[in-house]
Ligand binder design. Structure first.
Ligand code: PGA
Length: 252
């Protein structure tokens, strides 16, 4: 069975003090009321080391939002997978549509990042998803399949066990427009079938496939009730303890 997961993606929000406060608040809320799923918070690089000290890693896992496509050396401003791991982080988000679009991250670059993250013992939240134009042209299945083939399908089955897939339709991210639970389930089932074709039914059944895009406490129960939706990757609604906890509680 695939692990049930609720992951937060803070994006470029919260200064250090605000981030510490948020992590502390979440840690307290989940200590008082144990979650029924794995919880991950992905923070900006500057928060990682401090947040790692604050949280109970048995309850909350920590992740970065990105890492470099080079191992080390003269790459001013970059942060390597090894550096991320050394903060106590367990995960890294790769392939987010904002990084693909605004920072020109190609499938080849993402493949390098995937390999470096795994080589340094990080698990990966790997994001895929189509644009509105692609959805309107009914290309969503081809798009997500190509994104998997381009950056993670070179992995062995053993390596692939460290990949969590996040399906995030670009037209639903931060727009308030959520995919319907039926729309999401349809493509999640397709994604699982593509993983099964590549790695077999058992690996596919064990792969967590998260939905992301305007997921909130009000729509999470309906989404998470679908058989191929194993949780969510949450942007805006991960920035307040009550909102994020509301989504985590959808697994109760
Ligand atoms: P959102 O972002 O929940 O604010 O739509 C999701 C994401 O981009 O991971």
């Amino acid at each position: 069975m695939a692990k049930k997961i609720v992951a937060g993606n803070w994006k470029m929000n919260k200064n250090l003090q605000e981030g510490i406060e948020l992590a502390q608040g979440l840690n307290e809320a989940l200590a008082a009321d144990k979650p029924n799923c794995d919880v991950i918070i992905c923070t900006p690089f500057i928060h990682l080391a401090k947040v790692s000290e604050i949280i109970n890693h048995d309850v909350i896992n920590l992740g970065a939002e990105n890492c470099a496509d080079k191992a080390s050396g003269a790459y001013t401003g970059e942060v390597s997978a090894e550096m991320v791991k050394s903060t106590g982080a367990e995960y890294v988000i790769l392939g987010h549509s904002e990084r693909r679009e605004y920072y020109n991250e190609t499938p080849e670059i993402l493949k390098e990042k995937v390999d470096l993250a795994l080589a340094n013992g990080l698990k990966i939240l790997f994001c895929i998803g189509e644009s509105l134009e692609q959805r309107e042209a009914n290309e969503q299945n081809a798009v997500v399949k190509a994104e998997l083939e381009g950056s993670v399908f070179h992995l062995s089955a053993e390596q692939f066990a460290n990949i969590v897939i996040a399906y995030e339709p670009i037209w639903a991210i931060g727009t308030g427009k959520t995919a319907t639970a039926e729309q999401a389930e349809e493509i999640h089932a397709y994604i699982r079938s593509v993983v099964a074709e590549k790695y077999g039914a058992e690996v596919a059944a064990n792969t967590s496939i998260l939905y992301g895009g305007s997921c909130k406490a009000s729509n999470a129960p309906e989404l998470f009730a679908k058989p191929d939706i194993d949780g969510g990757l949450i942007g805006g609604a991960s920035l307040k303890v009550a909102d994020f906890k509301g989504i985590i509680d959808a697994w109760k």
